[in-house]
Design a binder for this molecule. Structure first.
Ligand SMILES: C[S@@+](CC[C@H](N)C(=O)[O-])C[C@H]1O[C@@H](n2cnc3c(N)ncnc32)[C@H](O)[C@@H]1O
Length: 209
């Protein structure tokens, strides 16, 4: 299901085509491989949130080949840090190479392995956490993020509408159930205050209380 009307999507795309050549190359690679990146509209949103909140320490859960991390690394500024986590060593190597070419390698730390285990070892506090791991594991992210974020910090979760499947009456797919589990935590617990932005595949922005 196309969540955003195609003509709205075209309009949004036309407002701000990606001008950074490294980001453009990553977008082309994602299209060629059919690899899910957050895309330019959500990338722009992430950078806006980073700059608006003055975030200096960002943690990414599920970094792929570094596309979302590149938007963050631009936003945190020269003294900032983005910690990338990626289960695929090959993609982590690609992320390193792209970030180097973008001139942003000195703003990142790249960790290879299970993002949940790596995050459990991190001490924090972080100003912003991006959640983009396997969707079945989404419910595990809420308690981790509550521990690692400073008060007023943001947890941003991608794919929270999952092509509209979250609206099914009896969802059976593990991904949908995971997304709905996290949605319940984000809206039901007192630890976060959440808004869902129906951009691309749905992005929640949750402020840590
Ligand atoms: C949707 S892609 C991430 C895209 C990236 N955030 C971007 O927009 O550029 C998800 C990535 O997370 C990785 N991943 C999924 N679950 C993970 C986990 N539990 N630990 C580490 N990496 C994980 C996958 O290998 C994949 O590369």
């Amino acid at each position: 299901m196309n969540l955003v009307h195609p003509s709205v999507n075209r309009y949004l795309g036309g407002l701000a085509p990606t001008d950074d050549p490294v980001l453009r190359e990553m977008e082309a690679l994602a299209a060629e491989r059919d690899f899910p990146i957050i895309g330019p509209q959500v990338g722009r949103l992430l950078q806006v949130l980073t700059v608006a909140t003055g975030a200096r320490r960002v943690l990414e859960l599920g970094s792929g080949f570094g596309y979302s991390a590149t938007w963050f690394a631009k936003g945190v500024g020269p003294k900032g840090l983005v910690v990338l986590t990626e289960g695929s060593p090959e993609r982590a190597r690609e992320a390193e190479s792209f970030l180097k070419r973008a001139g942003l390698l000195n703003r990142v730390r790249i960790e290879v392995g299970d993002a949940l285990k790596i995050a459990a070892r991190e001490r924090g506090p972080f100003d912003l956490i991006l959640n983009d791991i396997d969707k079945a594991d989404y419910p595990k992210v809420a308690p981790l993020a509550a521990r690692l974020l400073r008060r007023g910090g943001l947890l941003v979760s991608d794919n929270m509408l999952w092509h509209g499947e979250v609206m099914e009456k009896r969802p059976r797919a593990a991904a949908v159930r995971g997304i709905l589990g996290l949605t319940g935590e984000l809206y039901g617990s007192g630890e976060f205050f959440t808004a869902l932005v129906p951009l691309r595949d749905g992005v929640t922005i949750s402020v840590r209380s």
